[in-house]
Design a protein. Sequence first.
Length: 309
Amino acid sequence: MSALPDLPSSVHVREVGPRDGFQNEPETIATADKIRLIDLLVRTGVKRIEVTSFVRPDVLPQLADNTEVLAGIDVPAGVSRSVLIPNERGLDNALAVADLFEECGVFLSGSETHNRKNVNRSIAESLAGLQKVIPRAREAGKQVEAVIATSFGCPYEGEVPRDRVLDLAVALRDAGAQELGFGDTTGMANPRQVREFFVAARERLGDDVEITAHFHNTRGQGLANALAALEAGCTSFESSFGELGGCPVPKGATGNIASEDLVSMLHEMGVDTGIDLAKLLEASRAVAEVLGRPLGSHTLVAGPVDWHR
């Protein structure tokens, strides 16, 4: 039997619930509630949080209050605020309030069909647009993360070739992205695939960019995939409090892995996140109350492990 791989002593966790989670909620969440929930999250010890998006309000009305939320939140020193940027117009709108955030996230899909259904563009068109957006964001002093959705499989096309995904990642890196995120957008990945993928990604991308894992729990494999990425050396993860989130296309795509489930698992294995699990659970209970429904988070239901030590 082969020895278990050494695990990193610590990892970074970016909380994406206020954007990736809220945008998938059918009922409008009041701006004041968003601000209150984000203020709870930024006091959990999380150092990076995706706050909102600058997608057109008619396309994504849930996040039409992006500027009001950014201006209203009370973020401690050392916490980096991120916004999602769809295109150059979105970047223009974001840079009008550039003092309210530190990071930009941009995105495209590894699947042609998913990209067209998601943003009505070909992959080539999306990439050409991002090759303009990324340098401008960098010139404005922003950290840039480029996320490739459906990196591990597409509900329309099935297999997404790993080389295609990594070729896109190289192009985004060369455009100036300092961080590459790989999204299992509809929960199709399996742990063996993930482990092999992140080893290959590091070999292709080198050591000068951050590589981030973004898993959805659609088929219940989200934490197993996170562990596989961890074993492959990945030290940056995205997750959503309460297991909020999903994907607008297709139907049936459920939320991200719950931040509290990820943090609980990592802490139990001796991997530090810098996040206070009790405070994170407080934030998840608060969002469950705002939404008025049970959430998918396991730790929210069962509570943290208590070894009576």
